[in-house]
Ligand binder design. Structure first.
Ligand code: NAD
Ligand code: DAU
Length: 340
């Protein structure tokens, strides 16, 4: 990378952020990565084990809502680019407690933008989601010009943040880009999300809660491919633009669960249909042709390879899984699923 010397990566101790940092340290030697993470329940420094000894990597514990800390960090490390992963990211939690989603995802993004503007940071990339588009019927794909129509408190907060990023570009001339990706899967995902929850329960012979009829559709992308797409957009994306990212891997939730059960060697008696998520979006599917036609990026991992790799990772990293499933996760699981 020639243009940027030091990146502020927020939320780098979470699932996608930690995969991004590992990818960037391996593939962009010489680029300094400063990871600002508040270490909420979803942040885990174990996700970055081995990175601490890399001289290009620095960890700063703190919140994107803390402007003094963000300004001091940008100045101390001569940050010239920001990639904002930090967020409350789980739809179910946003349904039971939306306030923190507005605080982190909306106010946090606003504060980061203000700091970036004040310090003259060259480029700001907002990691957004396909959920801002709402839900699809049986046909069609989300394109970058699909109307924003978020349905959950989570997606409404992410959509608000996207609007704020756009406003900073339009009003103040800031160099911003937004990425909107479909569902990610891979190593280090916290097992509140469907896929790692399903793998964990299958490995432990526990039932797998499937919401409603299990025929909802998600479009799955291996996390490494999301990370390389973000880097591509950060380096070469057009200022002010939005880029969809996806893998063309539409699966119903039931198909996903059955695939995991087959690979883990469990039978389908573990499937348990439970009460649906309120306001549950039926189908997401991404058209990523804008990014694919304007760059050489394309997904490198097929769904079949990715799911095998992912399950193997959780099997090989039972200690990581057991650690994140102890403590507050147990209380969360009990609250979410015991009377569902
Ligand atoms: P995650 O929940 O695994 O990680 C979020 C990280 O943000 C954690 O490390 C947490 O400690 C940190 N964080 C939370 N509040 C913070 C604050 N105030 N200041 C600093 N750090 C804070 O989330 P993820 O799945 O890795 O998602 C990362 C980003 O990608 C999010 O913005 C999410 O909306 C977006 N996204 C996720 C997916 C997906 O499938 N997981 C798909 C598309 C987009
Ligand atoms: O589309 C991108 C989004 O994907 C990201 O923006 C979000 O941060 C990320 O969490 C994810 O949102 P989803 O709601 O699609 O992911 P989740 O893993 O929570 O659920 C996937 C599907 O599985 C969804 O249709 C709900 C269903 N589900 C989920 C859980 C946790 C179940 O059937 N049972 C469950 O226990």
């Amino acid at each position: 990378m020639t243009e940027y010397s030091a990146l502020l990566v927020t939320g780098g101790a979470g699932f996608i952020g930690s995969n991004f940092i590992r990818m960037a340290l391996a593939e962009k030697p010489g680029l300094k990565i400063v990871n600002l993470d508040e270490l909420t329940y979803a942040g885990n420094l174990e996700n970055l084990s081995g990175c601490e000894s890399n001289p290009s990597y620095v960890f700063v514990k703190g919140s994107i809502c803390d402007k003094d800390l963000v300004l001091a960090t940008i100045r101390k490390y001569n940050i010239d680019g920001i990639i904002n992963f930090a967020a409350e990211s789980h739809v179910d939690r946003s349904i039971s407690g939306p306030e923190i989603f507005v605080e982190t995802n909306v106010m946090g993004t606003l504060k980061l933008l203000q700091c970036a503007k004040e310090c003259g940071v060259k480029r700001f990339l907002q990691v957004s989601t396909d959920e801002v588009y709402g839900s699809l019927g049986k046909e069609g794909l989300f394109t970058e010009s699909t109307t924003i129509k978020p349905n959950s408190p989570y997606s409404a907060s992410k959509a608000s943040a996207d609007h704020m990023v756009h406003a900073f570009h339009h009003t103040y001339g800031m160099d911003t880009v937004i990425t909107r990706c479909s569902n990610n899967y891979g190593p280090y995902q916290f097992p509140e999300k469907m896929l790692p929850l399903c793998i964990n329960n299958a490995l432990n012979g526990k039932t797998i809660p499937v919401y409603g009829d299990g025929m909802q559709i998600r479009d799955w992308l291996y996390v490494y491919d999301h990370c390389t797409a973000i880097m591509e957009v950060f380096v070469n994306g057009k200022s002010g633009d939005v880029y969809n990212i996806g893998g063309c891997n539409e699966k119903t939730n039931l198909e996903l669960v059955r695939t995991v059960l087959r690979i883990v060697g469990r039978d389908e008696s573990l499937i348990s249909f439970v009460k649906d998520r309120p306001g549950h979006d039926r189908r997401y599917a991404i058209d990523a042709s804008k990014l694919m036609s304007s760059s050489s990026w394309k997904p490198s991992v097929t769904f079949e390879e990715g799911i095998e790799k992912t399950i193997k990772w959780y099997v090989d990293n039972r200690a990581w899984l057991d650690a994140v499933c102890s403590g507050s996760y147990r209380a969360y699981y009990e609250k979410m699923y015991s009377r569902r």
